[in-house]
Structure formats: C-alpha cells, structure tokens
Design a protein around this ligand. Structure first.
Ligand code: HEM
Length: 456
C-alpha cells in the first residue's frame, strides 16, 4: 500500500513546482508549506524531486541509520569547492571521512573540552572588555557573537587569533569566508534560471577568495611545522596523531580542508544560536532572572574572574535555555538524508535507493508532540521528566547518526560559558521596537538584532 507524497498545488508544465519558492527565506517558506501540506511533501522541478520531511512519524524512519544516511545535498556539494573533503562535506563511507573522523574524535572528548576551557573563558573576557569601552550603546548582537565564536574556534582549533576585538571592520579572512559561503548558498538554489544571476565577476571573486583562504591556512600550517612550541589544539592532533586504524596521518591538503571546515562549521551556527538566546532572554525577563540566579549561586564573588570547567557543567537551567533556543530557532535549520535501499516511510511513502529528503528541524521542533503551543519559549520543556516523556528523535539540532555534529559539546560548553558570563555581568535590555525577523544564509539568524548590555 503506497501513499503519494503530496505536492504544492498549481504545478506548471515542464518546470513544475517553482511557484512559491522563496530565495531569501527558503526554510521559513518550507515551514509554511508543511503547515499546508502535512508532514512530508515534494516539489518536482524539471523532473528533479525535492522532498521535505518534518513530522515525528516520518522523521523516525528517515533518521533510522540502517535505512537512511546523510545525503550530501546540493548546498553541501556546492561547499566542496571551498571545504573539499573536510568532515562536513565528505561523501559517506570514504577513506577521507573515516580517517579524519578517527583523528579528530579525541579533539572533542570531555577531556579535550577541559583543555579548551581557559581559552574560551579568556576570549569571553576580551569580548566583555570591548563592550565596557562602549557602555550605553546598543550592540549589533550577531556581529559581536560572530567575533566571539571566530576567536574561540581560531584559538582552540589552530592557535590563531583574528584580532576581532581590536579592529573596526572584519578580518579579510572572515570577509572572504562570508563571501564564499554566500556565493555557494546562492549558486545552490535549484532553480533553472538562477545560475545566471551570479555573474562572471562574482565567480572570479569566488575563485580568488578560495585561493586566498587556502594560502592563509597553508601559512598557519607551515608556521606550526617550523615552530618549536607545543600546542594542544585540533591542528596539533591532525599533524601529530595518525589514524589508529591505519597508522597513517592526514595529508596536507586534507588538513587544510579540515581547518577551513572548522572555521565555517564552528563559527556561524554557534554565533547565531547565541544571538537567538540573547534575544529570547532579553524578551523573557522571568527566564533571564532564573539564569542570573543560577550563575550568581556558583559565582557569588564578582571579583573572582571566571567559572571553572566543572561549574559550567552544573548550569542546568542555563543549559535548558540553550536547548529550548535551539528547538525554537535551530541555527542549522535542517539536514539531508538519503535512502540506502528501496524502503517505505511512515507506513506508505515510497523511497527508492538514493531518493533524498530534507528534514526541516524548524518544523520537526514544532511538531504536535511538543504540545499545543510550540511557538512559546519555555526552557522547562527540557526538564528531565519532560524529555523522557517525548520520543528522542523529535529534537535533533545537531543532526543525527554517525554524521551528526562532532562539535556539539564544544558548542554547548562555549554557549553556556558565554551566556552565564554575560548575564552575570550585565542586564540585557531589549529594544522595544524590535520584532524578530529571521534571516537565512545556510544558517538561521536574527536579522538586525540590537541589544543594550548594561553593567549591573
Ligand atoms: C555537523 C549543527 C557547532 C563542526 C553538523 C550537523 C548539524 C550541526 C545539524 C549535521 C549536518 C548534516 O547532517 O549534514 C551545529 C550547530 C552548532 C554546531 C547547531 C552550534 C550551535 C559546531 C562546532 C563545530 C562543528 C562548534 C566545530 C568545532 C561540525 C562538523 C560537522 C558538523 C565538522 C560534520 C561532521 C561529520 O559529518 O562527520 N553540525 N553544529 N559544529 N558540525 Fe556542527
């Protein structure tokens, strides 16, 4: 018994379901389409299927690792030009992915996090120092969070600062990454005629950007190889720890691809998630008060400069705020999965081997299993008893299965430390005229968000 996957009304001859595609906000548009068409639907554009899945029952099957796996979907494939065989863009089951996964896993254990803790703390202290010099002015939140996360991943990953807190504009390296990401996002929209909108000049700029990014990273690697200092960061792991399975190290080109991958994957998602969290805290003073109370309890002495690693792990309420932020506004709005073999989903929808679906977290995280008011920001949804009462697969902000996020603990530790420290030092004051607008650039982010950080 097969059920046809619904598609949008008004199908055009030849081109198909291009009506109603939204280039600026494709994920939010998809959210609306799911409300109309149900937990799974399909657009067909010049014979190509784009399937979107978001219902709890459908996703339970699509997350099943024995029947589905990560799909290197078009936006990810497009990024391969920039990130090559880096972990995020590598094809499933390749030697390149397996070797890098084995080499890098020790860089993401709890002990490794302990090693990054002091660097994270001192970087947050730098951020706060820079804010104190501009007291009373509203802060461009995503720009500031972006400085923080780029510095943290730069230092913990490769021992490099981008001087973000000392300069007015952005570092040329960061600007080149942004342009290259933007280029790859725009060239991945699967509309037949959109390719033309990207002119030759942009294509040339993109080639230049990628060449420049690679040369900067090559210099970082050369400097490391020539230096005599010892480091404990991701670059050190890649240069000095061979894959335990094969005894072989990663080659130079692959190490360069990984460095670029971590700068991309570790930076914008975390910075956007922090920005959403600060917006939600500013607009939910009762929640902010509880975060404040929790941090004050472990950090009563304001003169003592920082939190210890073990104290951060005990910030249970702040952690629920982060979990709930990533539910409502998953910075990575979804992930691609493909059928390993012919199979049936949710008792009727047919997938042939290789057929893929995009799991829209934005909608999965608002499924009816979340209750009657999924738009409400309520960190208590993540109390242990409430987590237990829900199926686990309806919350997947870090992806699913073996290709899920390697940086999850890294991001969580960094976000906990940053939010706790900021709330400890400042009152976060919302602009009463601001209403949340969510912009999309592969990731989701609050557009035009400004907040005032007032010393307590
Ligand atoms: C993969 C989300 C932070 C590195 C992923 C995936 C998601 C995700 C959804 C799966 C992608 C897919 O299935 O195609 C997030 C979110 C973050 C975050 C929401 C922050 C709030 C980080 C950080 C790092 C990182 C801090 C590095 C330090 C990676 C890498 C992969 C990945 C390397 C690919 C893993 C693989 O395929 O083996 N992330 N991420 N992420 N993430 Fe993250």
């Amino acid at each position: 018994e097969h059920t046809t996957i619904p598609h949008p009304p008004k199908r055009l001859p030849i081109v198909g379901d291009v009506l109603g595609m939204d280039r600026a906000k494709p994920n939010q548009k998809t959210l609306v389409m799911h409300e109309r068409l149900g937990p799974i639907y399909r657009r067909t554009i010049v014979g190509m299927h784009l399937t979107f899945a978001s219902g709890a029952e459908v996703v339970a099957d699509i997350n099943d690792e024995t029947r589905f796996r990560k799909h290197v979907g078009r936006p990810i494939a497009q990024l391969r030009e920039l990130a090559g065989d880096g972990l995020f863009t590598a094809f499933n089951g390749t030697d390149a992915w397996t070797a890098a996964h084995n080499v890098l896993m020790p860089g993401f254990t709890k002990e490794a996090m302990r090693g990054y803790h002091d660097t994270m703390s001192s970087t947050i202290a730098e951020l706060i120092g820079s804010w104190d010099q501009r007291q009373g002015q509203p802060v461009d939140v995503t720009a500031e969070m972006s400085k923080l996360t780029i510095e943290v991943i730069g230092k913990c990953g490769f021992g490099r600062s981008f001087g973000s807190f000392d300069r007015d504009g952005v570092d040329p390296f960061i600007a080149a990454i942004q342009r290259a990401l933007d280029y790859s996002q725009r060239s991945s929209i699967p509309l037949p005629f959109v390719g033309k909108l990207l002119g030759r000049a942009e294509a040339r700029q993109n080639v230049e950007d990628i060449t420049y990014l690679r040369s900067v990273v090559d210099d970082v690697i050369d400097a490391r190889l020539q230096g005599s200092e010892t480091h404990t960061d991701l670059l050190d792991l890649m240069l000095n720890n061979p894959d335990p399975d094969t005894g072989k190290g990663l080659d130079r080109e692959n190490i360069r691809d990984q460095v670029i991958t971590f700068l991309i994957a570790g930076h914008e998602t975390t910075s956007n998630a922090l920005s959403f969290a600060l917006h939600l805290l500013a607009t939910h003073p009762e929640v902010a008060a509880k975060v404040r109370a929790e941090i004050d309890a472990v950090w009563p002495d304001r003169s003592r400069p920082e939190l210890s690693f073990d104290q951060v792990a005990k910030l249970r309420y702040t952690r629920r705020v982060i979990d709930e932020t990533l539910r409502l506004w998953p910075a990575a709005p979804g992930y691609f999965r493909e059928a390993i073999e012919d199979t049936t989903v949710a008792g009727g929808y047919e997938f042939k081997a290789g057929d893929w679906a995009f799991v829209l977290l934005l909608r999965l995280h608002r499924d009816p299993v979340w209750g009657a008011d999924p738009e409400r920001f309520d960190p208590d949804r993540f109390l242990p008893e409430n987590i237990k009462a829900r199926p686990g697969h309806v919350y997947r902000p870090f992806g699913t299965g073996i290709r899920s996020c390697i940086g999850r603990q890294f991001a969580l530790h960094e976000m906990l430390l940053a939010l706790a420290t900021i709330l400890h030092q400042y009152d976060v004051v919302a602009d009463p005229d601001y209403t949340l607008e969510v912009a999309e650039l592969l990731t989701l982010r609050p557009a035009g968000l400004k907040l005032e950080f007032r010393r307590r």
